[in-house]
Design a binder for this molecule. Structure first.
Ligand code: SAH
Length: 439
């Protein structure tokens, strides 16, 4: 029996799908790259922008002929298109889908399958064969011993109410996972060869704030830092209001936690930020970046920007441009504003920036970002950096620096996957670098 996963969207979706994959591996299924060969097909959907939602709809449509040809195929749709409050409309719209599952859930599919006795028997046998403990993750066979970097959700949902954002409506209220459960998952990933984990949450710095007297993100980082086999730890996404000094000090203190912070600003104008209900000003953000750079020299900083938010004037857009020019961040994830049903902006703020103007603003920032990243990456020229090798791509080894820069290098002699290589950088560009191994 085989399963296939198709994932749209963010790292959280990748992680959610991996956990579904793990449950299917535990039942005894094996992974296939092709939906047409699979007995179980799982689609993980994203609706953060209309373009993502369109992709999910068209993919579901391609599953209909598969179900018609092989009615025993179990088709599952999960993720933000389904959401935590699904009301049956999707089932009417897509009758060929067997299971609909909220983001980060696995039980509805597992229960659906266990109704078939043959699956229950297979599951028992697999559990014994792999000596699995409750809470372990079982990677697909082709990734066991070769997957280098994995994502681990630590906070589900989100209870902030940014006016543009659909995520809280679809992923539900903020819920931190128990520290022991997270540690157990990371240990089982490490035992299967994983060297790097990225801890995930919509506001990852809020880890544990929904517990009374529970651990916080610094405590969790300390626990993960002690797990054998794990070489690197990252966490994302941070929110400017929740990045505490203590957290930055913990990043500085713990050797495995990388110099890499993802902290979105979204806009460089205070009125736009107010309309987004982000809860900080551009001055606050500037101060935070200064503090990060003072406490963690050499840290790479990534941000997210939305262009064309309702009411954004040319001057307000220019303020975003100017802020990015001043701060010179390593990465800027750029998005054109897209109205999302049910959000405050959808109800109260007309989507009044024309599409061509959104496109123009996006291009202006993209060109700016390419130039800024190119400048930052040039500083790596002739330096020797530590690269954690992830895989092979077009005849070269591909990995990342602690600062999350993509590096390619050649080496025919050894399998370098999962190793920390010292690489001397010879050529840099805005998106990646090339170097040679220094021995
Ligand atoms: N929780 C994180 C990011 C979540 S979504 C945070 O708040 O920072 C990832 C990115 O998608 C956001 O940072 C934002 O830049 C973008 N995004 C979210 N909603 C959007 C919308 N309606 N239109 C365009 N981009 C959006």
């Amino acid at each position: 029996m085989k399963y296939h996963l198709h994932v749209f969207g963010c790292q959280m979706n990748e992680a959610d799908a991996q956990r579904v994959g793990s449950e299917l591996e535990k039942i005894g299924l094996t992974y296939t790259d092709h939906a047409r060969d699979a007995d179980v097909i799982v689609l993980d959907t994203c609706v953060v922008r209309q373009s993502a939602e369109d992709k999910a709809y068209s993919y579901i449509t391609t599953l209909k002929p598969i179900k018609e040809k092989r009615p025993d195929t179990i088709i599952t749709v999960m993720g933000c298109m389904v959401g935590v409050k699904s009301n049956g409309t999707l089932k009417k719209q897509f009758p060929w889908v067997d299971v609909f599952m909220a983001p980060s859930e696995t039980a509805p599919l597992v229960n659906f399958m266990r109704q078939r006795e043959s699956f229950a028997l297979m599951a028992e046998e697999t559990r014994h064969r792999h000596a699995l403990q409750d809470g372990d993750i079982l990677l697909p066979a082709h990734e066991r011993g070769s997957l280098v970097a994995a994502h681990v959700p630590i906070v589900y949902g989100c209870s902030h109410a940014c006016t543009f954002c659909i995520i809280p409506y679809r992923r539900g209220v903020e819920r931190s996972r128990p520290i022991g459960q997270i540690a157990q998952e990371v240990r089982s990933l490490a035992e299967q060869g994983v060297k790097e984990v990225t801890l995930l949450g919509q506001i990852v710095d809020r880890y544990g704030r929904d517990f009374t007297d529970g651990p916080d993100l610094s405590d969790l980082l300390r626990v993960i830092n002690d797990i054998d086999g794990i070489e690197r730890i990252r966490f994302l996404t941070s929110h400017p209001n929740w990045m505490s000094d203590e957290l930055l000090d913990t990043v500085a203190e713990l050797p495995k936690v990388c110099e890499h912070i993802e902290v979105p600003v979204q806009a460089g104008d205070d009125e736009v930020l107010r309309n987004m209900k982000r809860g900080y000003t551009t001055a606050d953000y500037r101060r935070l970046i200064e503090k990060i750079r003072a406490k963690l020299p050499g840290t790479s900083i990534a941000t997210d920007i939305i262009v064309g938010f309702p009411g954004e004037t040319a001057a307000q857009f220019q303020a975003t441009y100017d802020l990015l020019e001043e701060l010179k961040l390593d990465v800027a994830h750029l998005a054109k504003y897209s109205t999302r049903p049910g959000t405050v902006a959808d109800r109260n703020l007309p989507d009044d920036v024309p599409e061509e103007e959104k496109e123009r603003r996006w291009r202006v920032l993209n060109d700016q970002h390419e130039r800024i990243s190119d400048g930052i990456n040039r500083r790596y020229q002739a330096q020797t950096v530590e690269v954690l090798v992830e895989d092979r791509h077009k005849g070269k080894w591909r990995g990342r620096t602690r600062t999350n820069k993509l590096v390619f290098f050649e080496d025919e002699t050894t399998d370098r996957r999962g190793q920390l290589a010292q690489v001397k950088i010879e050529k840099t560009g805005p998106w990646s670098m090339i170097g040679t191994m220094s021995h």
